[in-house]
Design a protein around this ligand. Sequence first.
Ligand code: FAD
Ligand code: SIN
Length: 529
Amino acid sequence: MPHRFDFLVLGGGVAGLSFALQAAEHGTVAVLTKRERHEGSTAYAQGGIASVLSPTDSFEQHIQDTLEAGAGINHLDAVEVTVREGPERIRELVALGADFNRRATGEFDLTREGGHSQRRILHAGDITGREVQRALLAACDEQPNITFFPNTSAIDLILDRRPNRGTGSRCLGFYALTAEGRIERFLSKVTVLATGGAGKVYLYTSNPDVATGDGVAMAYRAGAAVANMEFYQFHPTCLYHPEAKSFLISEALRGEGGKLRLSNGQQFMDQYHRMGELAPRDVVARAIDAELKRTGDDCVFLDMTHLGRAFLTERFPNIYATCKAFNIDMAVQPIPVVPAAHYMCGGVMTDLDGRTTLPGLYAIGEVAHTGLHGANRLASNSLLEGLVFGHRAARVCADEVRALALPREEPPEWDEGSAVDSDESVVVTHNWDEIRRLMWNYVGIVRTDKRLMRARRRLELLREEIRDYYWRFKVTSDVIELRNICEVATLIVDCASRRKESRGLHFTLDYPNADEHHWKRDTTVRREL
Ligand code: FAD
Ligand code: SIN
């Protein structure tokens, strides 16, 4: 028998949990997570949540900073709703028990990050995401209407394709691989993708292992429109250490006065942007990339030594302790850093309520392209987007669930065909590595037509191999993820190859300037079914 719920949510990060909490007021909710239920980018967020909470700040300034970072292609309506509804969502989060740093006077201790003209980043030390996740999970645990399915990976969406419906296909739910190794059907009137980003498409990333772009890949395969995948954000400062697995060194360090230096101690950011170290992220990442190529060095350094041990241990306890564990004492020595893939600015296209172009399917959080970020996300706007759009989508989904009758026909069970257990798992490991390496080398911070073409050719071969493997062998979570990173890598290359200009995060040596005439718009791709 299939699992049936009023609302199906794929993902237990800030977006999925915000949605689930609201939706549970109106019906039953299933929240699926690929690993343990706290594991996702939300739990690793460091810097904080951007919102207008200070009397010296204004919605207009936050909107302006977001538009400036986004390089001319943000959707103004998405920026407006996010910024204007933000403070209310933050107040709700605080009411749930989220504990953010405050000054002695009681008001929030707001910090600064790149691209922000004001101190407007709310934070819980340097582990803001962990606190947000904790508060949301605790609130969900109080809600009897919410059921969690940890260690359960959605594989593909189930579509109702009956020809006489007249409205095109509709999403009815999905097939998922359960913790027990069975493939089961999950059905509902609305399915919500809150699956986060796809940093694992690149060799070096700040993202946790679950970030394999499953939501985008599933939505694209089902025919939903996807946009702006060329705008993959590289965070300028991840710890450079062979064992650190790209641990993030928060932008808040630069917000508090951190300086970027070359190995000879020289500062360089002022040559690249009037905001120096606090320039938007795309500018800083490209500057570091250029300096590394020029000097031949492996990393640059983030110098915090002038701020003193007392301040650093108090303000950045997690980063301080992690650096210390790698024998780096940030109070007396600069931290070695390099850029790494961090955030997917494009994604599944949605309207202002999270509706995708596929009826019955919604997308919220990092997996969605709402238009908020344009060609480059402003720091700390992502947790905010998850809160705002989780809430907005829940409101309209509740209406949709009330108004809709469930389809009478039951979709078929998963058909395993003649698939057998794999005897060559090495193919999976090898292809994983190849995709991530080629994306890093050919589709990274600086691109060219030739590199994109090379990437495309290799991906075409890998897609064939993976497709063959997928049909011949029984599905495992590794194969699900491999198939998805290959899909997402192809979408990034597709979008990047179409955009014949440089804008925001997409920089190509062949077209180094923005083309305001032809390219001040989104790149949209959609699979014909
Ligand atoms: P996530 O929190 O990534 O959750 C995704 C969920 O989807 C997980 O539960 C996962 O298990 C589940 N999932 C995925 N695929 C499947 C599948 N096939 N089946 C079932 N479940 C699935 N943003 C800020 O605004 N401020 C910050 O300070 C900040 N710092 C960051 C620091 C780091 C190190 C990282 C990696 C990101 C940071 N970001 C920050 C970005 C921000 O954390 C993320 O964009 C945001 O948390 C994404 O939330 P989400 O709910 O969309 O997805
Ligand atoms: C950081 O703390 O630098 C990450 C902030 C973000 O990605 O928004």
